[in-house]
Design a protein around this ligand. Structure first.
Ligand code: PMT
Length: 397
C-alpha cells in the first residue's frame, strides 16, 4: 500500500523515522509530509533517507501542488505524532500549511492519527471535542498512551510506540484477495404489511448479514447489501474505511428484497443470502388501520412470497457461487441438505435454534457449513464477525 506519513511538531517526532522503517519493512511504499515545526525535531535528510522519497513540507515550493498529487498517490495517511494543533486544524477545516492542506484534501481514504501532547492539553475539553469529531468522520486514533512525558510529568499523552501504530496500519489495510469481485448479501427480516400500521415480521436483527458484508469488503470485494428493516446502518461497520465498499439497499418486504436481489445478482461473482424472508404475506394490505369488527376472531389469508434463493439458484451460472442459510429447529442436517439440493446451492450455512447463543438477535452464532461436494465444517460458538470470516474463507477458497 502507498502510505503518506505526516509528522507534526512534537518531541515524539523523533520516532517517526522508526515508524517509516517499520512500514517499509512490512512492504508498504512510504512518503513523508512534515510541518515546519516538525523539522525542529527531526531533519529533512533523515526523513528523505528512511522513506527514499523527497519530503513534502512547503506548500509553495516552486509552485507545486503536492497536496493534490500526494493525495492521489497515497492510499492511507498516518499522522504521527499528531499535535493538538493539527487535530484542531482538521476539526475546524483549516488548511494553512502543507500537511493540513493535504489532510483536508485526503477525503474518502483511511486516516490514522497518533496523538501526542502534554496530559493537560490532551484532557482539555476542546481537544477531546475535536478528537471525537474526527473519530465521527472515520479518522482512527491510536493512543495516546499513559506514561512519562517529555515535559517531566506523567499522564496520558505519550505517542503510541511505532510498532503499535504500524500494526494499526496493517489491521486497516484491506486484503486484495477478492479484489475485482462483487458479492450480494441479504440481511435482516422482511415485514409483510397487514394494514397501514401492522405487519408480519420476525426477530432477525441483520447482524449476521452485516458481518458477512464487512468480512467480504475486508477481503477486497465490493458488496451489494440488501437489507430488510434493521437498526443497523453503515455506521455499524467496525472498519470505517470499508463503508465505501458496501452499497446498502434498504427494503421492507420479501417482494422488494426479491426485486433488489435479482437485479443485483447477474453482476455478482457470488451471493450469500442470510435474510430471514417471510415465506408468506397477507393476500391483501388494507390502506387504513383495520378496526375490530365485533366478531371473536379474524381470518388473515396468506399467499406465498417468491423464494429469492431458489430463483437465484435457477439463474446461477457456473462461474457464480451461491450460499444459502438454513435456520432449523429439527432434523437440522437433513433439512439443510434438502434445501442445498432443491435450491441449487454451492453451500448452505446451518444454524440451529437449539444452540444457545446462536441465531436471531444475539452477537454470536454457531454454524455448520455444508458444501455441495459433501464437505462439513462446524464452528464453535463465535462472534458473528468471526463466523462471517469463517464462511467467507470457506466459500471463496
Ligand atoms: O439477523 P440476525 O439476528 O443476525 O440472525 C441471523 C439469522 C438467524 C437470521 C441467519 O443466521 C439465518 O439463519 N438466516 C436464514 C433464516 C431463514 O429464513 O432460513 P430458512 O431456512 O427459512 O430459509 C432458507 C434460505 O432461503 C435462507 O438463505 C433465506 O434467506 C432464503 N429464503 C427463504 C425464503 C424466501 N422466500 N426467500 C429466500 O431467499
Amino acid at each position: 500500500m502507498r502510505i503518506v506519513v505526516g509528522i507534526t511538531g512534537g518531541i515524539a517526532a523523533y520516532k517517526a523515522p522508526e515508524l517509516v522503517r517499520l512500514l517499509k519493512k512490512a512492504g508498504h511504499e512510504v512518503r513523508c509530509a512534515a510541518t515546519e515545526h516538525a523539522l525542529e525535531f527531526v531533519t529533512r535528510v533523515t526523513l528523505e533517507t528512511v522513506s527514499g522519497a523527497p519530503l513534502y513540507s512547503d506548500l509553495f515550493a516552486s509552485g507545486r501542488t503536492e497536496h493534490i498529487s500526494l493525495k492521489d498517490w497515497g492510499e492511507m495517511l498516518v499522522v504521527a505524532p499528531a499535535t493538538a494543533n493539527i487535530i484542531g486544524k482538521v476539526a475546524s477545516g483549516i488548511a494553512d500549511d502543507a500537511l493540513s492542506t493535504l489532510l483536508l484534501a485526503f477525503s474518502g481514504k483511511p486516516v490514522i492519527m497518533a496523538p501526542a501532547m502534554n496530559c493537560e492539553m490532551w484532557a482539555h475539553p476542546a481537544v477531546q471535542r475535536n478528537v471525537e469529531l474526527l473519530k465521527s468522520w472515520g479518522i482512527r486514533m491510536v493512543g495516546p498512551e499513559e506514561g512519562e512525558l517529555a515535559c517531566g510529568v506523567s499522564g496520558v499523552g505519550r505517542m503510541a510506540e511505532p510498532e503499535a501504530i504500524a500494526s494499526a496500519v496493517c489491521a486497516t489495510t484491506r486484503s486484495q484477495r477478492l479484489a475485482g469481485q462483487r458479492w450480494l448479501v441479504t440481511a435482516g427480516p422482511t415485514y409483510e404489511r397487514i394494514d397501514s400500521v401492522r405487519f408480519i415480521g420476525n426477530y432477525s436483527s441483520g447482524k449476521m448479514g452485516f458481518a458477512l458484508a464487512e468480512a467480504l469488503a475486508k477481503e477486497g470485494a465490493e458488496v451489494e447489501l440488501v437489507t430488510g428493516p434493521t437498526y443497523l446502518s453503515a455506521e455499524t461497520f467496525h472498519e470505517t474505511s470499508l463503508r465505501q465498499h458496501i452499497h446498502i439497499t434498504s427494503v421492507e418486504s420479501a417482494r422488494e428484497m426479491y426485486t433488489a436481489a435479482t437485479e443485483a445478482f447477474p453482476q455478482c461473482n457470488g451471493a450469500i443470502l442470510s435474510a430471514a424472508v417471510a415465506d408468506y404475506r397477507p393476500s391483501e394490505c388494507a390502506d387504513h388501520k383495520l378496526k375490530k369488527n365485533g366478531s371473536e376472531g379474524m381470518h388473515l389469508e396468506l399467499v406465498q412470497n417468491p423464494d429469492i434463493l431458489a430463483t437465484l439458484g435457477g439463474k446461477k451460472t457456473a462461474a457464480q457461487t451461491l450460499v444459502g442459510f438454513a435456520l432449523e429447529t429439527d432434523n437440522e442436517e437433513a433439512n439443510a441438505q434438502r434445501k442445498l439440493e432443491k435450491k441449487n446451492l454451492d453451500y448452505i450455512v446451518l444454524n440451529s435454534l437449539h444452540d444457545k447463543g446462536a441465531g436471531f438477535g444475539v452477537d454470536t452464532n454457531k454454524v455448520t457449513i455444508i458444501g455441495r461436494d459433501g464437505s462439513h465444517k462446524e464452528s464453535p460458538l463465535l462472534s458473528k464477525q468471526e463466523v462471517a470470516g469463517l464462511i467467507i474463507n470457506t466459500v471463496t477458497s
